[in-house]
Design a protein around this ligand. Structure first.
Ligand code: GRF
Length: 208
């Protein structure tokens, strides 16, 4: 059974997609053992509680320094003994020690087809604003392993979504969530839970 901790900062629609997929069997051999948010008002915490999943808030604002927060965050994550950490809209910089400890055991969902519209400053609606400003015809989402960079780890799965005439950033964001994020994030978790993902020469490989 794959023990996963999901880390969130906002509405938690990706967390909900994971919860639903675990409950309906689309994601096999997996248990969500904890949800952690840096934002005490994150609706994602409510979603976890509704499904009796242990949930807690750990905010940098509550610590005298980032270093002390980083230590506490890693301590709290380790306490769940996770096999996999899922960053689902988590907007806090991951402590370097956590990246090392969970190398190739921590994944992130990014709302673009990496390497497009990613890296520092590209998050949430800003990604879709940039895509519309550039005039791309295809966008999408990416699930990747987390490394020391920003959105730079091995890409595991991507899904493309068409830009439609008249799209606003909000409309495009919702389509990317519905048609891509909420599908590929659970799919990657199921693949990992069933031993189908490995990293070879810095590239993620999915076996049949
Ligand atoms: C999603 O757009 C995801 O791609 C990005 O942050 C957002 C989180 O949304 N990383 P939610 O909290 O899952 O609704």
């Amino acid at each position: 059974m794959l023990r996963i901790v999901v880390m969130v900062s906002g509405g938690g629609t990706n967390l909900q997609a994971i919860i639903d997929a675990v409950e309906n069997g689309a994601v096999r051999n997996t248990e969500i053992v904890g949800v952690i948010s840096n934002n005490k008002n994150a609706y994602a915490l409510e979603r976890a509680k509704k499904h009796n999943i242990p949930a807690k808030c750990i905010s940098p604002k509550d610590f005298r320094s980032r270093e002390v927060f980083n230590e506490k965050l890693l301590e709290e994550v380790n306490a769940y003994a996770p096999d996999l950490i899922v960053l689902a809209g988590f907007l806090v910089v991951i402590p370097p020690a956590m990246i090392v400890k969970y190398r190739n055991r921590m994944i992130n969902i990014h709302p673009s087809l990496i390497p497009a519209f990613c890296g520092t400053g590209y998050y949430g609606l800003k990604v879709h604003e940039a895509a519309l400003h550039r005039g791309v015809k295809v966008v999408g989402a990416t699930v990747h392993f987390v490394d020391e960079g920003t959105d730079t780890g091995p890409i595991i799965l991507q899904k493309a979504v068409e830009v439609q005439k008249g799209d606003t950033p909000e409309v495009l964001q919702r389509r990317v969530m519905e048609q891509a994020e909420w599908r590929i994030l659970p799919e990657v978790i199921d693949l990992i839970a069933n031993g189908k993902v490995s990293v070879v020469d810095g590239k993620a490989v999915i076996s049949d």
